[in-house]
Design a protein around this ligand. Structure first.
Ligand code: NAD
Length: 641
């Protein structure tokens, strides 16, 4: 017996899920077969609509067939699951964006993977037995297959409620939440399907439609909004625990079964997705960041073990419910760089980007934008280039006609001169997004000039170094109006993992200057400690092993270790080729001292770090070396030399 029946009847493409004994759970092969049918019918004039249904009374489709994922995952083969999810999500996007009507009949359970097949079409029919849910948090996943989009679009805080509790929706509930469109009593379904097969259009569905029996959600919407509005999972739990109503206690009971990490990520995902820039591609991309890591770093394998394999229903989740660190959530939802989900036909509308300054940071950032589908024209006075970027002859040429002009330049004076050149050439309403690290005053002056030219401006210096630039994991600290920040957001999403709107123009630079004052001082402290350790006869690797997991740990030690051959790859392993050049660190420390002077702040450590880097770059051989080359400098010195 075939698991999925695919045929055309008249001018209707017909797909019937046909594994009733397994509640029509969708396998990889079924996914691929359905996708092939959707593809074949897209441009076939003989097919005007698609009708999806499923065999048996109990389920349209109770989810994805996860046994195989468990088997491969426990053998350390994560690639199988990653490919399964990527291919499944491609199908979900295809159904969502399909140019012809897709009618689905959703009896019984429609859950997880079933929602991805059944709830993205144009006409989603529910009946009296329908029970729709996104129960993924119960097995250590997050609502996926495009479900996060529906949760983000659901009224009020219903999305957070449905995603974390995995509550089941009846027909009326599903229509309220946006998972279904039309209620038709199930006794009419076979007749309606026959009418469609015989040439009827989906309009006939409205004729057969009836008012659904009342669901339970409508009466609880106020409670849901009150309890599920928290910023984090912990906030939601706190308000629920303070309420002894049946609804609150029932919600807590449902939540207590699910993976805290998954629920915390679900909340974060819905918050990130909700808003005007939501697309199916964006939702699937975010879901895939989680599922890509779910086996290795999430609770997925443990969730399946407890629910399906050992059936002990006692999963040992990584975190307790109130105790999911924000860093763990960020780690699961970080962009995947080259491994990101690729969906044909769903690329974001191609943004025209002018990119000025393709140095150590700018080149990989520009390449990531090009890879994500932006049309990027670049210019650099040094004649550098970047993958996928069309190089042009001047900054003005790069800026002309661009929706966004991104600058990644050495300092404020250069930013000012480039801005003076390009602002008159930029099209009205375009955004100048400066990601360089410059002084606050330059950022504010350029912002004022941009505003006078009816242009938007954001100062958004970055943290994360060349590794972050290449991997698309930068953090942006942004200053500017909300409108300007919103326009910059899609670019932040491509190039980074996080963007914080710090305030008005200049606020991003203020945050960056403070961050880098800490960085400069910490690098010096790390380098002098290594030089001292050498003289004390302490092995550098041992020193790393201790400090990187003790109270002396820092980004400079753990992620950018200045000792060659110790810790992760860093410029020290490449003969201190920058990375982040010592002269740029000197510049940033200078900016922090300039700012401290202007506002009368006492910054002795920053001042000393500035003086040391000035000596290193100007009088010693630090120029052109990475800022971590302070280590050989200290190694070569004694207390008085
Ligand atoms: P870089 O020197 O490698 O790149 C700057 C590029 O700008 C160079 O290729 C240069 O030729 C080009 N340029 C200079 N003047 C120009 C002009 N008038 N028109 C066009 N191009 C011009 O420096 P980088 O490391 O890429 O850093 C860029 C900015 O990012 C700096 O402000 C730096 O402080 C900041 N930053 C760097 C790092 C890092 O790790 N490298 C980290 C965070 C922030």
């Amino acid at each position: 017996m075939q698991d999925v029946l695919i045929r055309t009847i008249g001018r209707t493409g017909r797909i019937t899920l046909n594994r009733p004994s397994a509640l029509n759970a969708i396998t990889y092969d079924m996914c691929l077969a359905i996708e092939a049918a959707f593809e074949a019918w897209r441009d076939d004039p003989g097919v005007v609509q698609i009708v999806l249904d499923a065999a048996g009374d109990r389920a349209f489709c109770a989810g994805g067939d996860i046994a195989e994922l468990y088997e491969t995952g426990t053998q350390g083969n994560f690639a199988y699951g990653q490919k399964f999810w990527a291919d499944e999500y491609r199908l979900n996007a295809k159904i969502f964006l399909y140019p012809k009507p897709v009618v689905s009949f959703l009896q019984g359970f429609t859950m997880g993977g079933g929602v991805g097949i059944g709830c993205h079409g144009s006409h989603r029919i529910v009946g009296e037995s329908s029970q729709i849910a996104m129960p993924e948090c119960g097995i250590g996943l997050v609502p996926d297959v495009g479900g996060s989009l529906m949760l983000a679009l659901a009224p009020g805080r219903l999305g957070e409620y449905l995603g974390t509790t995995a509550a089941r929706m009846s027909a009326g509930d599903a229509i309220l939440a946006g998972f279904a469109d039309i209620y038709i009593p199930q006794e009419k379904w076979s007749h309606v399907i026959r009418q469609l097969e015989e040439g009827g259009t989906p309009d006939l569905l409205n004729v057969a439609a009836e008012t659904p029996p009342e669901g339970t959600l409508a009466a609880h919407l106020e409670y849901i909004d009150q309890h599920f509005a928290g910023e984090r999972l912990g906030d939601i739990l706190t308000t629920l625990r303070k309420d002894d109503s049946d609804f609150a206690q029932q919600s807590l009971k449902q939540i207590s079964r699910n993976s805290p990490l998954s629920m915390a990520c679900t909340i974060e995902m819905i918050h990130r997705l909700r808003g005007p820039s939501l697309t199916i591609a964006k939702a699937l991309d975010l879901e895939y960041r989680f599922t890509y890591r779910a086996m290795e770093h999430g609770d997925f394998l443990e969730g399946i073990r407890a629910a399906i394999i050992d059936k002990d229903r006692a999963p040992k989740w990584q975190f307790s419910d109130q105790n999911v660190p924000a860093a763990a959530v960020s780690k699961m939802l970080m962009p995947l760089g080259n491994d990101a989900l690729k969906l044909e036909g769903t690329e974001m509308e191609a943004l025209n980007v002018g990119f000025i300054g393709l140095g150590n940071m700018g080149a990989p950032m520009a390449a990531n934008l090009a890879k994500a589908g932006c049309v990027v024209r670049g210019f650099d006075t040094a004649g550098t280039s970047a993958e996928g970027v069309q190089m042009v002859a001047s900054a003005t040429e790069a800026a002309t006609g661009a929706d966004v002009v991104l600058t990644m330049l050495p300092n404020g004076a250069i930013l000012r001169s480039v801005a003076a050149e390009i602002l008159p050439a930029m099209k009205p309403g375009a955004l100048l997004l400066d990601c360089s690290t410059v002084d606050v005053e330059s950022a504010r002056d350029v912002a004022a000039q941009a505003e006078a030219s009816k242009l938007l401006f954001v100062d958004a210096p970055v943290s994360g170094g060349i590794g972050g630039a290449a991997g698309g994991t930068l953090t942006f600290m942004a200053g500017g109006t909300t409108a300007a920040f919103t326009k910059a957001r899609p670019l932040f999403d491509i190039m980074g993992q996080k963007a914080v709107h710090c305030g008005d123009a200049g606020a991003g630079q203020a945050a960056k200057i403070c961050n880098n004052m800490i960085l400069g001082a910490t690098m010096i402290a790390t380098c002098e400690a290594f030089a001292l350790a050498d003289k004390l006869g302490l092995d550098r690797q041992k020193m790393f092993d201790v400090v990187s997991t003790s109270s002396g740990y820092s980004w400079t030690m753990n992620a950018y270790c200045p000792a060659p051959g110790v810790g992760p790859q860093s410029p020290a392993d490449n003969d201190y080729t920058p990375g982040f050049a010592a002269e740029l660190m000197l510049k940033d420390l200078g900016l922090s001292q300039q700012a401290a002077e202007a506002v009368d702040a006492d910054t002795p450590m920053g001042a000393l770090a500035h003086a040391l880097y000035a000596k290193f770059v100007e009088d010693e051989d630090g120029m052109g070396k990475d800022f971590s080359a302070m280590l050989p400098r200290f190694s070569a010195r004694g207390r008085t030399s």
